[in-house]
Ligand binder design. Structure first.
Ligand SMILES: Cc1cc2nc3c(=O)[nH]c(=O)nc-3n(C[C@H](O)[C@H](O)[C@H](O)COP(=O)(O)OP(=O)(O)OC[C@H]3O[C@@H](n4cnc5c(N)ncnc54)[C@H](O)[C@@H]3O)c2cc1C
Length: 303
């Protein structure tokens, strides 16, 4: 902040973004601050926490805490969240206790990635896992842009990328899907995705963002094995069967039969044109790219 701006705003007065020379954010953001964070925690402990494990992978079920931005920026402490979850656990049935334990294990993942970064700061730019040879990522600015814009022709991927722009947030399951798509379908370096998330996520924190990307790219500590490649159509069908999440963020597909949405990659040009003329055809063929991804990792492993 410049000296001039400091002198205009005495202690106690908070300058607006415009006062500081910034534009209003593009994204529609939730309320910020300690009171809003506490309200989110209370709401979560009344409902979502008791069905967390069963529902957390389904983006329309709203069973997660939505506390990530608060934890990142310090408007709530992780101990407060943990002890609130313990209190809920003390009042829960045996089955519900299992649901809550899964939530607590996500808090542990957060602590784990913080430790990874603390002891290995080089992971910000480098693969954690060493391969025999450099991974030969593809340099393809057009495909990277299609991914950023949510224009890949893979509906669940596009919905996630558009949620990110619209809200500065993306559901965890969908983060995993779009990260797998960037690295294993587009074969683009995870660092490109990490940087885009860093720019767009309100909850961005280096440890979690880096840990999430390196997990998806099979370069991290305890990551997805290189040969386990998400199929973006099956993922969409499994976790958004009625395509509600997709239709919310991809208006071109609103009202389209979910079967057509989840089979978009196999639909004929005429079917696509009749169902959603403005929605793109897939930028790559998943089956072909899967084989290329396997070959890319096998070459890096020196197999
Ligand atoms: C590619 C990728 C990038 C990610 N980038 C970030 C990031 O920049 N910032 C961030 O906070 N999370 C990140 N995550 C983890 C996770 O997606 C978010 O924490 C979660 O979606 C936030 O929603 P929530 O608060 O409702 O989470 P909940 O499910 O309610 O989880 C509670 C808290 O636990 C922590 N947490 C949950 N999942 C994870 C996880 N997989 N790894 C580490 N901590 C976790 C978060 O602090 C979260 O707020 C990333 C995941 C992936 C796959």
């Amino acid at each position: 902040m410049s000296t001039a701006t400091q002198s205009t705003f005495p202690p106690g007065e908070i300058p607006t973004l415009a006062d500081l020379g910034f534009d209003e954010p593009e994204a529609d953001l939730p309320d910020a601050g300690m009171a809003a964070a506490r309200d989110r925690l209370d709401a979560f402990c009344d409902d979502g926490i008791y069905r967390y494990d069963s529902d957390r992978d389904y983006p329309t079920r709203e069973s997660t805490s939505r506390l990530s931005a608060d934890l990142t920026h310090g408007t709530i402490g992780v101990r407060t969240v943990y002890w609130a979850s313990e209190k809920a656990k003390a009042e829960a049935t045996d089955d519900q206790q299992e649901e809550i334990k899964e939530f607590q294990s996500q808090l542990a993942w957060r602590a784990f990635y913080t430790h990874v970064l603390w002891f290995n700061p080089e992971v910000v730019d480098e693969n954690y896992k060493e391969y025999e040879n450099p991974i030969q990522w593809e340099d393809n600015p057009e495909n990277l842009q299609a991914w950023k814009d949510g224009e890949t022709g893979y509906p669940i991927v596009d919905a996630g990328m558009r949620q990110l722009r619209a809200e500065g947030y993306m559901h965890n399951r969908v983060r995993m899907i779009v990260a797998s798509f960037l690295t294993k379908d587009l074969l683009i370096d995870w660092r490109e995705g990490y940087h885009w998330f860093r720019e767009k996520l309100v909850d961005h924190n280096t440890a979690n963002n880096n840990g999430g990307w390196q997990w998806a790219a099979s370069t991290g500590t305890d990551s997805q094995p290189y040969f386990r490649i998400f199929n973006p159509m099956t993922q969409g069908e499994r976790y958004d069967p009625d395509a509600e999440y997709i239709a919310k963020y991809v208006p071109e597909l609103e009202g389209v039969d979910p079967e057509i949405i989840h089979g978009w990659h196999e639909a004929s040009p005429t079917q696509r044109h009749n169902a959603a003329p403005d929605y793109p055809t897939p930028v790559v063929d998943h089956s072909e790219r899967r084989e290329q991804a396997l070959a890319m990792f096998e070459a890096a492993r020196g197999d």
